[in-house]
Design a protein around this ligand. Structure first.
Ligand SMILES: [Zn+2]
Ligand SMILES: [Zn+2]
Length: 336
């Protein structure tokens, strides 16, 4: 069968292709009719510099099961599903020792000819998580919400902790209610000029929004004020936020952004102040049942996070909008 499928190549080249999918899904695979797919920071860095060759893209997928291959017990045609952007195998040593969060042996759907920005795509059955009671546009937030939850969980926020979230993007914003529900006494969310919309939403979500007009290091009133910094800005800024940590504080970061990942900091000061640095990388993409529940009960207000919807044929325009009027967009979903 034929399907439309969006491809990208750095810098900022996009194509909608007609590609061929097998008529019957192979063993262990389902055919998904895509209903919505979110645009992610990963897609933007791929478009900016990472995708050296043409690639299919889109990994925040909500859809309906159209056909089921053999060996996919428990799934049903017509079922609404979201896709784990990577799953776990359940068989390797790490999985068997209870650390499915560390598995990278499971099959995934990151391959040609079609991913989430398409009409139809194939996905391994292990990635498929049924849902109900949400629109597809909000349901596809399960993937980034899982990233936000992985960050908050990795940080291990305790009752009464003071939390500073750097970057009011979708992940940072979704982390606000998650941090508060985890026991944070106060959450400050910091953003740069141009992010006023996002900071306003940060305030609605229960954070104290803070517009940063100069560098991180110039905010001396923030020095030593936080038990946690959750960093969603590029990693090169990490050393500049270490002074925000109180004695014994912890920075947890997600590694998005372009450019070098090399940082320099004073390890002696880090040691004597008993600071900690933790990386959150939500691969495998798990916790979907939890975040789907939080999207449904409004703890994560999906309709506020999802600010824009555009059509697949406009993928080029949709991606470019993030460079042109980034501030007005919080999260965008593409509908076929
Ligand atoms: Zn994503
Ligand atoms: Zn495994």
């Amino acid at each position: 069968m034929l399907t439309r499928s969006a491809y990208l190549k750095a810098p900022w080249q996009f194509e909608i292709r007609q590609v061929e999918l097998p008529d019957e899904p192979p063993y262990g695979t389902v055919l998904i009719k895509v209903e919505a797919c979110g645009i992610c920071g990963t897609d933007l860095t791929a478009a900016e510099e990472k995708a050296k060759d043409w690639k299919a893209f889109g990994h925040e997928v909500a859809g309906v099961i159209e056909k089921i291959g053999e060996g996919c017990e428990g799934l049903h045609i017509g079922e609404k599903v979201v896709l784990e952007s990577s799953s776990f195998c359940g068989k390797c040593e790490l999985c068997r020792n209870g650390r499915v969060d560390l598995c990278n042996k499971a099959p995934n759907f990151w391959k040609e000819p079609a991913m989430g920005f398409s009409d139809y795509m194939m996905a391994p059955a292990c990635c498929v998580v049924p849902y109900e009671g949400l629109t597809p546009e909000v349901a596809c937030l399960a993937e980034p919400a899982g990233v936000a939850w992985d960050m908050v969980k990795t940080a291990d926020i305790q009752m009464g902790d003071r939390v500073c979230i750097i970057g009011p993007g979708p992940i940072g914003l979704m982390a606000i209610p998650l941090a508060l529900r985890s026991g944070a006494e106060k959450v400050v969310c910091i953003g740069r000029p141009g992010n006023e919309n996002r900071l306003e939403l940060a305030g609605q979500l229960g954070a104290e929004p803070l517009l940063l007009n100069s560098g991180f290091l110039e905010q001396e009133e923030l020095y030593r004020q936080f038990d946690h910094v959750l960093m969603t800005a590029p990693v090169r800024f990490l050393p500049e936020v270490f002074p925000y940590l109180a004695f014994g504080g912890r920075v947890t970061y997600i590694g998005i952004g372009t450019g070098s990942g090399v940082i320099q900091f004073d390890a002696n000061e880090f040691h004597f102040r008993k600071l900690q640095l933790r990386a959150s990388h939500a691969t495998p993409a798990i916790y979907y049942p939890i975040v789907l529940k939080l999207l449904k009960n409004g703890t994560i207000p999906g309709d506020k996070i999802l600010s824009h919807t555009m059509e697949l044929n406009d993928i080029d325009k949709a991606m470019r909008r993030f460079t042109e009027d980034k501030g007005s967009i919080i999260k965008m979903a593409i509908k076929p």
